[in-house]
Design a binder for this molecule. Structure first.
Ligand code: A3P
Length: 275
């Protein structure tokens, strides 16, 4: 022991890279980034900043658990590490792989009203095409089958919004109590109560307070205040303007998702006010 070792040095020595105790598994465009950043306001939560894509990408998964652990941020032993990779929710192999890592890991799923989520998903892809100066189909053309005039269930943005189908695959490995469903629509307008539910699910003391979240009128969203000197809003790519969609198509989608939503509510015990 070096008599000059400062408290700070002692603390630095106890920093470790820990496997996640909770994972935000999806859903893409549900508000996964906002949820991760907001949970990170909690002093006991440390986030993996990047999407790691360990369990959904065969090449990454092949690198092994130690590779994954080394992608994690440094934290103190009492803290919990959280990562988010929204593709996990919809990828076939992922539940089994996560189960093999830690069968008692806590799983967070943030959902939005399924039609809104599908349009948000489309908007993100559209923006990518436009950036490359490519043209892209209209949402209506992708979401509807031209021949049958019914919802096109082959379209990925539609499939991803059939939450119950994906959840049912996960339930082959994990009991329903191991999941917590976050209301992504409410996280936009009223984040604190949603975050408090998550704190409770993670068995953390309630530490995120109204001080940590302020509405930024210019941005049109809540932003994060960590302390007196550090605050931030999410990137501009979060909160895009959605294109207007033909109301008849919207109505068809609402009707299409309705029975799947009912099943999802029944399984999860969380009901949302979706059309
Ligand atoms: P839109 O771009 O459709 O508005 P994800 O991080 O999973 O890709 O989700 C993106 C969505 O997070 C955005 O969808 C946005 O509405 C939502 N969101 C929730 N809270 C937000 C916040 N405080 N700031 C910005 N976007 C937020």
């Amino acid at each position: 022991y070096n008599g000059n070792t400062s408290q700070e040095q002692i603390q630095l020595h106890s920093l470790v890279q820990q496997l996640p105790k909770a994972i935000i598994i999806g859903v893409r465009k549900g508000g996964t980034r906002a949820l991760l950043e907001m949970l990170n306001l909690h002093p006991a939560v440390v986030k993996a900043s990047q999407e790691i894509h360990f369990f959904d990408n065969d090449e990454n998964y092949g690198k092994g658990m130690e590779w994954y652990r080394r992608k994690m941020p440094f934290s103190y032993p009492h803290q919990i590490t959280i990562e988010k990779s929204p593709a996990y929710f919809i990828t076939e192999e992922v539940p089994e792989r996560i189960y093999k890592m830690n069968s008692s890991v806590k799983l967070l799923i943030i959902v939005r009203e399924p039609t809104t989520r599908a349009i948000s998903d489309y908007t993100q892809v559209l923006e990518g095409k436009e950036r490359k100066n490519k043209t892209y189909y209209k949402f209506e053309k992708l979401a509807m089958d031209a021949k049958s005039c019914e919802v096109n269930t082959k379209y990925k943005a539609v499939r991803t919004s059939i939450y119950t189908k994906h959840l049912e695959r996960w339930l082959k490995y994990f009991p329903v109590e191991q999941f917590h469903i976050v209301d992504g629509d409410r996280l936009i307008t009223e984040p604190l109560p949603e975050l408090q539910l998550v704190e409770s699910f993670l068995n953390l003391p309630a530490r995120i307070s109204p001080y940590n979240l302020y509405f930024n009128a210019t941005r049109g969203f809540f932003c994060l205040r960590f302390n007196i000197v550090f605050n931030k809003c999410l990137a501009g790519s979060k909160g895009r303007t959605h294109p207007e969609v033909n109301p008849a198509v919207v109505a068809k989608l609402h009707k299409f998702f309705h029975p799947f939503n009912q099943k999802f509510f029944q399984i999860t015990g969380r009901t949302f006010n979706w059309p």
